[in-house]
Design a protein around this ligand. Structure first.
Ligand SMILES: [Zn+2]
Length: 737
């Protein structure tokens, strides 16, 4: 009996080790794991338009839903109904914002031969934008049921939003009180709309001290603006003599603000709300299809689109020809992609430079705006295109994992002429970073020799082709499943256009609509929220940690043969230009994209292969140029230092010493200069040397393994002796009766 048990145990160990030695097959593993189903693609606003349950959505993010399209249409109507929007001139020509040293005024005076202006021009400076909130309308809504929400908005969300934009953008400071012009107000009273804020009369007569921008915050539970769980809408309502927005309205839909019972919110919820507010304010600041035509040359102040405006006939992104007032070709251009899809791109200099640097594609015209129909009469979008700028805070749909305020968005504000940007407030997006022109212009899914959908090399790590696939978010912060919906079953039924069909014979399948139906890693699974799949969150640690995962601030999701992405500590190391991944205490080295590394997890019992990510996605500060060169130069991705490729900015202007293209602007250093502090601390298990006896070559055995081997051999011979002795016939004479 004892012999049988021992043999069984040894057989189990051997079979386990043998299986793991070949690596756990990903397909087998995922087949045995929990599969991603439509029901558990949830908790992510990305999919809310597909009628999955949602936790929170944003109006302008929901460009695709009928409800949100109606909201967008309302906002567009507000922007377009003013005379200014139609002509390009403020209604009240006498309304002027006081500036001491506005460079464009100084330039005009210089041109008029006013010598005194020369010294004024020299003294011109930009200062961080001062934002003031007027919250009387919001306070007027206060009752017992919403007091905590109003306090939350006022104490948590608004100050953080103002702080962000004040640090990100500088303006020529207003000198003296900022007066509001009634000519631009709705019914000469309301900022934007009668459901928002009535502007206090003293703001019109006396003005507001110490402000470059005033934001009127209301909390109207409007049926026009608060349907479909809209969190907030925002619109600009006053402008200075150079068209810079100086006032705007934000209407918060308090019913969608979710707080704990005690009125508090988790840091993640606060951040989500701040992200939304930052997004909304950016529409006020100029990231809006009705603002682009007001942009000016930053150096001269000349309007980029001539005034008065005139209409022209254009084929819009939905293929419909319309007569519209549009930005001039120096600001926005329409292009037709190889698949026949129309889109509009922002082509101003810094935006274009950054779009090119993002993808390492210097032939791009500019940065593509969203090309999905954004409402019944919309020609272009107010957002960056989802397919190309998926995790961008200013793309049309909020990402379930991360929403990055990128250098490109700040570049748009600089190209407006109204702002100077502080690029250290931005972060580079990993999405398509350095992935080449094919990523930007080619199809996201190709067809392999067998006719099956497959991800082209340039899309690897971003796109996916199998709904059962589990991988990582583009920045490798989260574990994510592959998003493929069957649009046949989604109401209202709106199937992918022919040029967005990627699965042969299955025309109704596709990824998120706004991402041109490209399947990508954007789905949660196993009923978890996105934050529960975040490798950086230490509370996500798994009790049954079979794969030796580590959750924490420096952990990232790494693709593995173990069925899904796994969380391991990582470090970007500059001197060797490599990504280090710590598995079970051992620092492995990724020297190139998608390098495969063998490792062992689960107390050393399981062998698994991990696949290095694109190095630029985890270490953008090493493998791309800082802030995409802030739009002031070309990122040379092939630049070498001591024989090692190290991307570097090459300034358009060799004499340019402004922060950005030169080395003067350094990211906050999400990398180590060298790996000196990274020590292997392999978690040696008591039985590891025993396991090594079975899986390693004897050359690699430690002395403990030799001891185990000797012990096993001894046991083996003892057993053999027992077996043999039991088979030998007993000497007859020994029997006693
Ligand atoms: Zn938006």
């Amino acid at each position: 009996m004892m012999r049988a048990t021992l043999i069984l145990v040894l057989a189990m160990v051997a079979s386990r080790l043998g299986g793991s030695g070949a690596g756990v097959n990903a397909a087998e593993s995922s087949a045995s794991g929990t599969r991603v189903t439509e029901n558990n693609v949830r908790g992510t606003a990305k999919y809310s338009n597909d009628n999955y349950g949602v936790r929170r959505v944003q109006s302008i993010h929901k460009s695709d839903s009928p409800e949100a399209a109606a909201i967008r249409q309302e906002l567009r109507a507000i922007e377009e109904k003013t005379q200014r929007s139609q002509t390009g001139f403020n209604v009240d020509p006498n309304h002027s914002v006081p500036y001491d040293n506005h460079p464009w005024e100084a330039r005009r005076k210089m041109q008029e031969g006013n010598g005194a202006a020369q010294s004024q021009f020299a003294g011109t400076f930009f200062k961080p934008m001062r934002i003031r909130f007027e919250t009387k309308s919001l306070d007027d809504m206060r009752d017992a049921s919403n007091a905590a929400k109003i306090d939350f908005i006022k104490n948590e969300i608004l100050p953080r939003t103002a702080s962000f934009w004040s640090q990100a953008l500088a303006v020529v400071p207003v000198s003296g009180p900022l007066r509001i012009s009634t000519g631009e107000l709705d019914n000469r009273e309301y900022c934007g709309d009668y459901e928002f804020t009535r502007v206090p009369s003293e703001h019109i007569s006396q003005g507001i001290e110490g402000a470059d921008l005033v934001l009127y915050v209301s909390g109207t539970p409007s049926s026009r603006f608060c349907s479909y769980q809209t969190l907030a809408v925002a619109v600009a309502c006053n402008f200075d003599q150079f068209d810079r927005p100086i006032a705007g309205a934000i209407n918060v839909c308090l019913s969608t603000v979710e707080l704990n019972a005690d009125g508090t919110a988790s840091p993640a919820v606060i951040q989500d709300n701040v992200d939304v507010a930052i997004h909304e304010v950016s529409h006020i600041l100029g990231h809006s299809s009705n603002s682009y035509r007001f942009f000016r040359d930053p150096d001269t102040g000349e309007a980029l689109t001539p005034r008065p405006f005139s209409t022209r006939q254009v084929t819009c992104v939905d293929g419909v020809s319309r007569s519209l007032i549009l930005p001039a070709d120096n600001t926005m251009a329409f292009v037709e992609a190889s698949n026949g899809q129309r889109f509009a791109s922002i082509v101003t200099p810094k935006v274009r430079a950054i779009a090119r640097n993002q993808f390492d594609c210097q032939s791009l015209d500019g940065a593509q705006l969203e090309n999905q129909p954004t409402g019944a009469d919309s020609c272009t979008g107010d957002h960056w295109d989802e397919r190309l700028y998926y995790d961008n805070a200013l793309s049309g749909v909020i990402s379930p994992t991360t929403n990055i305020l990128t250098p490109m968005t700040l570049a748009l504000f600089e190209d407006s002429g109204w702002y100077k940007a502080n690029y250290t407030q931005a972060r580079i997006s990993p999405w398509g970073l350095g992935a080449g022109c094919d990523f930007a212009t080619g199809p996201c899914i190709a067809t392999d020799a067998n006719g099956a959908a497959s991800v082209p090399d340039y899309g690897r790590g971003y796109f996916c082709s199998d709904k059962a696939q589990k991988g990582c978010s583009s920045g490798h912060t989260h574990k994510m499943g592959c998003t493929i919906n069957d649009y046949y079953h989604i109401v209202p039924r709106d199937l992918p256009d022919k040029h967005f069909q990627y699965f042969d014979g299955l025309p109704t399948l596709g990824g998120p609509r706004q991402a041109d139906f490209c399947p990508l890693f954007g789905s949660t699974y196993e009923g978890l929220e996105a934050e529960q799949l975040d490798c950086r969150e230490s509370t996500n640690a798994n009790t049954y940690n079979l794969y030796s995962e580590i959750w924490g601030q420096d952990s990232r999701c790494i693709e593995s043969t173990a069925g899904e992405g796994r969380c391991y500590r990582t470090a970007c190391v500059q001197d060797i230009m490599a990504l280090k991944i710590n598995v079970r205490g051992e620092w492995l080295t990724c020297q190139y994209d998608f390098q495969e590394l063998e490792t062992r997890v689960g107390a050393g019992l399981l062998a698994q292969t991990i696949t290095c990510p694109r190095l630029s996605t985890v270490c953008p500060d090493l493998f791309a140029c800082p802030f995409n060169c802030a739009g002031r130069g070309i990122c040379n991705y092939a630049n070498t230092v001591n024989g090692t490729v190290r991307p570097q900015c090459e300034c358009f202007d060799q004499k340019d010493t402004s922060p950005g293209c030169s080395d003067s602007l350094i990211p906050d250093g999400a990398y180590l200069e060298n790996g000196n502090g990274l020590f292997n601390n392999l978690e040696e298990n008591f039985f590891d040397p025993l396991i090594a006896v079975f899986v390693d070559h004897p050359d690699l055995w430690a002395s403990a393994s030799w001891a185990w081997a000797a012990g096993l051999l001894t046991v083996f011979f003892v057993l053999l002796l027992c077996i043999c002795s039991s088979c030998l016939p007993s000497p007859k004479g020994s029997q006693k009766y």
